[in-house]
Design a protein around this ligand. Structure first.
Ligand SMILES: CC(C)(COP(=O)(O)OP(=O)(O)OC[C@H]1O[C@@H](n2cnc3c(N)ncnc32)[C@H](O)[C@@H]1OP(=O)(O)O)[C@@H](O)C(=O)NCCC(=O)NCCS
Length: 113
């Protein structure tokens, strides 16, 4: 990542937001999210872009707490939906997500430019 890209994250106008999870004053987890308008809803939807728990802290509720915090923030902001993607092979992620959300069968395509 370039210095300019990093600087964007600290720009107040930047739309990507973050929550961090702390344990004993140390960051052990992060969630990045953003809001965008939807062509099928009256209110904005929230995209949870990244979720990460430090390896030694996994299985202790950090990921669940971060997702819940994003859900709360989205609700407070008047958003009607939070969504995120993961790889079908992400066993740990899906074990958590299946408890907190529904999988509606969509798959993701992307094209690098
Ligand atoms: C996915 C990830 C964020 C989960 O974070 P975490 O802090 O370990 O998750 P939690 O401790 O909150 O897990 C909550 C639930 O998921 C289940 N779970 C978590 N990891 C699991 C695993 N490896 N196997 C089975 N179940 C698991 C737990 O049983 C737990 O359920 P419970 O609360 O009912 O007991 C973490 O594994 C991670 O950072 N992975 C690498 C990065 C990644 O894949 N990010 C997501 C990309 S979409």
């Amino acid at each position: 990542m370039t210095k300019q890209t990093w600087e964007r994250f600290f720009d107040k106008a930047e739309t990507v937001r973050a929550f961090v999870a702390e344990l004993d004053g140390r960051v052990v987890g992060i969630a990045h999210f953003l809001f965008h308008c939807s062509t099928s809803r009256f209110s904005d939807v929230c995209y949870l872009q990244d979720l990460f728990t430090e390896e030694i802290c996994r299985g202790r509720g950090v990921g669940r707490a971060l997702i819940q915090r994003v859900l709360d923030a989205a609700q407070e902001a008047g958003s009607s939906r939070v969504y995120w993607t993961t790889q079908t092979s992400n066993v740990a992620g899906r074990a958590l997500y299946d408890k907190m959300a529904e999988h509606h069968g969509f798959i993701v395509y992307s094209h690098e430019l």
